[in-house]
Design a protein around this ligand. Structure first.
Ligand code: ADP
Ligand code: ASP
Ligand code: MG
Length: 468
């Protein structure tokens, strides 16, 4: 049996028309003799709105929070009513939606009384997005002739208890997938599950972090040793840069696991950074495909990058970063100093993206977050500290950059009109990164894209699209 895990993002289930297209894509795979396991995100923008409701409730705005929930309830009910014509099925689906939104309202009322939003409550609140979208999609599939079975992913994807960025437990997931999914698959059913949400061993709801439905898909692909994992989204695949910044971005036809992971980590939202890991472990190819243009062959992510004549495959940009400069005129090179600095970041569980050191200073970049002032205060006991927000990291990814002469000169020549704050190349042979002001990010990406993707290698990039 050729098993395929198909993950559909928020835009692929955003309304009845999108869900209809998604059903047609899944039916197409079944017609080809494949066995799908389907993972869906919350309907587009629902997670953001649930987080807004949570924030409102925790600030005491009970009415505002309940108003958001009520709009979401109506959107889900309306979508269900358009898709499901069978009266009994529609009644049970509407009951399900109402039950979920009733309990969400209860949580929001409680939160508005307690006024404290913990990561655990936040995970519970956002979980309603995927819990309802997956149930609606499962009913819609049945209506459209697919033998679908809704499965609560929290019974299958088991994580630790780090709410908002929980770490999956692959052995337990494999066990649960075998127990809960294989019997359905063996009966010819198509499991439909919500991505992003999971639970710890005690059954408490957790999530895998924003954009985490890709990760759910990959975890299931790994657990079931799928033949391939398909990530269905709203663009033709992994592109040479974010097409929202550069409309003439080209589709990358194939890319290695390593390159894709680097791009995802450094901000290419098209893939969640951890997605690749379960696939790499079992060498399962990942395809990124467009649910609005399903005949396009997308991007194939495989273990080895095929040879490419162009130096770079893609440019990623990550915003909302801060640079922290730690300046200590005498102490820097003394034994143990660097580890003291890093111990402080560790204490606040604050990952550092990039580091550069000189004789007297260390510069580090981190995601802008509310812990920065506390971190700076502690660092201030060791040295002089300055931090500056609104920075962006540009990351150029390509196979064997180090092996090619003059790359740095060409990159910095292309953006010579832009002030560069920090540079890093070396840790990985496949990326060259630097920090600039956030306001310069789009301009830098466009200049670099124009410089490096004029005549791209047709074996790797879809140059035909540009001619059309
Ligand atoms: P989904 O809801 O399907 O998971 P996302 O919004 O998470 O979709 O990711 C798709 C978006 O990622 C695209 O619409 C695009 O704007 C953005 N993106 C950023 N960088 C890239 C890139 N290099 N290639 C393709 N898309 C990218
Ligand atoms: N719905 C979640 C989010 O918006 C997860 C996902 O879509 O991947 O972050
Ligand atoms: Mg996504």
């Amino acid at each position: 049996m050729s098993l395929v895990v198909m993950k559909f993002g928020g835009t692929s289930v955003e309304d009845p028309a999108a869900i209809g297209r998604t059903a047609a894509i899944v039916a197409g795979r079944i017609a080809l003799g494949r066995q799908p396991v389907v993972v869906v995100s919350a309907m587009a923008k629902v997670t953001d709105q649930l987080l807004r409701a949570a924030a409102a409730a925790s600030q005491g705005d009970r009415t505002g929070a309940l108003a958001i929930s009520s709009r979401l309830r109506a959107r889900h009910r309306d979508t269900a009513s358009v898709l499901v014509k069978n009266a009994a099925e529609l009644a049970s689906l509407i009951d399900f939606i109402d039950e979920k939104f009733d309990s969400l309202d209860e949580v929001l009322r409680g939160l508005a009384a307690i006024l404290e939003l913990t990561p655990r409550i936040s995970d519970l609140i956002v979980s309603y997005g995927e819990r309802t979208s997956s149930r609606i999609v499962a009913s819609a599939f049945c209506e459209l002739g697919i033998n679908a079975a809704h499965v609560d992913s929290r019974d299958v994807i088991i994580t630790d208890s780090q709410f908002q960025k929980a770490v999956p437990q692959p052995a337990l997931i494999e066990k649960r997938a075998t127990e809960k999914l294989l019997p359905l698959i063996n009966q010819g059913q198509v499991p439909v599950m919500g991505g992003f949400i999971a639970s710890n061993e005690a059954g408490i709801t957790t999530t895998l972090g924003r954009g985490g439905s890709d990760f759910s898909g990959a975890l299931l692909g790994g657990a079931l040793t799928a033949e391939s994992i398909e990530i269905w989204t709203d663009v033709d695949g992994i592109m040479t840069t974010d097409p929202r910044i550069c409309p003439d971005a080209l589709r990358v036809k194939t890319i290695s696991f390593e390159e894709a992971a680097e791009l995802a980590y450094f901000g290419a939202k098209v893939l969640h950074p951890a997605t690749i890991l379960p696939a790499v472990k079992k060498n399962i190819p990942v395809l990124v495909l467009n649910s609005r243009n399903p005949t396009c062959e997308g991007t194939r992510i495989t273990s080895l990058a095929p040879p490419c004549k162009s130096p770079f495959k893609s440019i990623a940009v990550k915003k909302r970063l801060s640079i922290i400069d730690v300046v200590a005129s005498r102490m820097l090179m003394t034994h143990g100093y660097l580890s003291e600095v890093f111990a402080i970041f560790d204490k606040y569980q604050c990952p550092v993206d990039m580091v550069s050191t000189s004789e007297v200073s260390i510069s580090l970049t981190v995601d802008s977050n509310e812990k920065l002032s506390a971190i700076s205060a502690e660092l201030g006991q060791l040295a002089d500290v300055k931090y500056e927000g609104r920075k962006a990291l540009i990351c150029m990814v390509g196979d064997d950059i180090r092996g090619k002469n003059g790359m740095a000169a060409q990159v910095f020549n292309a953006i010579r009109h832009i002030n560069v704050r920090m540079i890093s190349q070396g840790a990985s042979e496949i990326n060259m990164s630097f920090m600039i002001d956030e306001d310069d990010a789009e301009e830098a990406v466009r200049s670099l894209h124009a410089a490096f993707f004029q005549n791209p290698d047709p074996a790797i990039f879809d140059v035909e699209a540009r001619k059309k």
